[in-house]
Design a protein around this ligand. Structure first.
Ligand SMILES: Nc1ncnc2c1ncn2[C@@H]1O[C@H](COP(=O)(O)OP(=O)(O)OP(=O)(O)O)[C@@H](O)[C@H]1O
Length: 615
């Protein structure tokens, strides 16, 4: 056996391995690529050095990011990177560091980009008194960052996949924040991964990475929402959600401490408070289940009360049938906390101007009315219309165990995986014959099969093959559509029943169902008032509260999961049903004597009438 040969092979391998970490250390004044004169080092990252340089052709300063030597030496890698970073070059947004060019010669490759006269949020955090920012400081940068993400996600269909404090730069002159490395960080690290064995098995930086990204799933905006949550978490608490020990398993199984707890753990004595709605919203961003995260960065802003509405069209998101027990309260708590704080986007963006306030009589919490007796059914046998004993909502929606081990997970087969599939428009304005659930894609974007005859389409959705370690939608999963402002400007009965079969019910049948829903909401004291004691916001918002408290997607719609959890899913259509008290018109109300208090049925009827008629 030729040992010297094998030892030579070993040292050759070591030499090759060395190349993966060797970065060129050019000197100031040198001209690279016949165009850029180096001025000074701006910083060093995991992949190389970034220089301030003068672009001699266009006579402007640029930041020149030298790529690892291994890439510069590999023509295939260069070709791939040129192709894959093209989308990064196309991004043009005031809050995204502009990529100018991908340059290379025989020895080196670099990316020239907009020079940002400022510091990364990671660098800035290190200069703060306690190593943390206040929410007021973060709130200055956040709108720009979220705008940039929404633009990239929904207009350019690009996901960053390496969002972290060191990839967000704040300009010195003002509070503009810019996201760096958009579209290129992932490509570079993927290329390095292919060329060498020295890199992490997945692109991105683990402590900020969503469980789905860590599993190599197809990129989605919710990956960046997770990373943004992890970034904010670090900026406010000093460390990312998981930063020591076995991070991959924590990513998939552990709920991070609250930011307040993290500050205590790190003995950070900052005097500012972290508002509870920030805790709740960041916890929602860090949800293991992407469907329970805010679906876009703009929604995150709304949830934080930093913006009232968002214009972007996001992908619909699918509510898994049953969430992991420990996760349910996270989103529910988020929604409830935010609702309570008056900062919830749901109220701002979904409460139509014309939606009348709940009738004061119904809104009263001081004197809860007795439960309404179910109205007589004229067209259905009593046995059918009497609500069955309430099934356990969890059982109704129970999903079988999450599928498959990690090995069974779909891997990223897309050659340019940072590019996301076309956003599917939300279910807004769906007609009863084009039910939202049937129109929705599965989580993997596959079209949903039509509803089975005799089975509600919402119940007929196939499982979306979810990540192995996250509870996944499964056969029997019901779909909850996202909420969006009704085009009519108010919540009509067609809008509030978005999924079959109830969407196809007769008008009387829907009124009947709504009547039942209001009875349940009232019994649970949700149909009365907001938590600050002011007048309630009507049925739609009472449904939101109900959903938030029950771990459902708080969309304010009477969709399959919501009706199922109220044990109303099986109620047959009741075309002959008549409201016990017809809606009282505003004119007749005006005419009635102030002493004549409407009875309970009248109040319920009035409320239903308002919901339908904008009265
Ligand atoms: N466009 C830019 N303008 C000004 N300075 C920059 C620019 N891009 C990067 N820098 C500076 O260079 C440093 C290194 O950036 P780089 O993107 O290589 O690393 P990183 O994002 O910190 O780490 P990683 O490579 O792991 O993502 C940054 O921390 C920043 O200070």
């Amino acid at each position: 056996m030729d040992l010297s040969h094998s030892s030579n092979q070993a040292s050759d391998a070591a030499a090759d391995f060395d190349q993966t970490v060797k970065v060129r250390t050019p000197s100031a004044g040198a001209v690279y690529f016949n165009r850029y004169r180096l001025s000074r080092v701006l910083g060093r990252g995991g992949m190389g050095v970034v220089w301030l340089a003068d672009d001699l052709k266009l006579e402007r300063p640029v930041a020149l990011k030298f790529l690892p030597s291994l890439i510069g030496l590999d023509p295939t890698a260069i070709k791939e990177l040129k192709t894959e970073t093209r989308r990064g070059l196309e991004l043009s947004h005031p809050n995204i560091v502009r990529i100018y060019d991908f340059v290379d010669d025989d020895d080196e490759a670099a990316i020239s980009m907009e020079f940002v006269n400022g510091k990364t949020l990671s660098e800035l955090r290190a200069t703060t008194d306690h190593g943390v920012f206040t929410t007021e400081q973060v709130a200055k940068w956040l709108p720009g960052v979220c705008d940039a993400l929404d633009y990239a996600h929904f207009q350019r269909k690009v996901v960053h996949r390496d969002l972290k404090p060191s990839n967000i730069m704040a300009m010195s002159m003002d509070d503009t924040a810019k996201i760096a490395d958009f579209g290129i960080a992932r490509s570079i690290s993927d290329t390095m991964q292919r060329l060498s064995i020295s890199q992490l098995g997945v692109s991105g930086t683990l402590p900020y990475m969503s469980p789905q990204q860590a599993m190599g799933e197809r990129p989605a905006p919710t990956d960046d929402v997770y990373s943004l949550g992890a970034t904010i978490y670090e900026l406010l608490s000093g460390k990312p959600p998981f930063y020591r020990g076995d991070i991959p398993s924590q990513l998939t199984s552990k709920i991070p401490s609250t930011m307040v707890e993290r500050r205590e753990e790190l003995e950070i004595k900052a005097s500012d408070q972290i508002p509870k709605e920030w805790e709740a919203v960041i916890a929602a961003c860090l949800n293991k289940d992407p469907n329970l995260r805010p679906p876009s960065a703009g929604k995150l802003l709304e949830l934080l009360g930093l913006r009232s509405t968002t214009n972007v069209t996001t992908q619909p998101y699918i509510q898994p049938a049953v969430q992991h027990k420990s996760r349910v309260p996270v989103y529910a708590a988020a929604a409830v906390a935010v609702l309570a704080a008056g900062a919830a986007y749901y109220f701002r963006s979904t409460t139509p101007q014309a939606l009348p306030a709940t009738s004061p009589a119904l809104a009263s919490t001081a004197a809860p009315a007795p439960a309404l007796t179910p109205p007589p059914q004229t067209n259905a046998p009593a046995a059918t219309v009497t609500p069955a004993p309430h099934p356990n909502p969890a059982a109704v929606q129970a999903a079988p165990p999450a599928p498959g081990p990690a090995a069974a997970m779909p891997t990223t087969a897309d050659p340019a995986p940072a590019v996301i599939a076309a956003a599917t428009p939300p279910a807004a304005g769906l007609a009863p014959d084009a039910p939202a659930a049937a129109a929705m894609p599965t989580q993997q974007g596959a079209p949903a099969p039509p509803a089975q005859p005799g089975q509600p389409a919402a119940l007929a959705m196939p499982a979306a093959a979810g990540p192995a370690l996250v509870t996944s939608p499964a056969p029997g999963t019901m779909i909850q559509p996202p909420v969006s402002e009704p085009p009519e400007g108010y919540w009509s009965i067609e809008r509030i029943f978005p999924t079959p079969p109830q969407a196809g019910y007769s008008e009387a049948g829907r009124r009947h169902l709504l009547y039942e829903v209001q009875r349940i909401l009232k019994e649970k004291s949700l149909y009365s008032s907001t938590q600050d004691g002011k007048e309630g916001k009507g049925t739609h918002n009472a449904i939101i509260l109900y959903q938030a408290k029950n771990g459902l997607l708080p969309n304010g719609l009477l969709d399959g999961p919501t009706l199922a959890s109220m044990a109303l899913m099986d109620k047959p259509d009741a075309p002959e049903w008549k409201s016990p008290a017809p809606a009282v018109s505003s004119t007749s109300r005006k005419r009635s004597s102030p002493k004549e208090e409407p009875n309970l049925f009248q109040r319920a009827g009035k409320s239903i009438g308002r919901l339908f008629n904008r009265d």
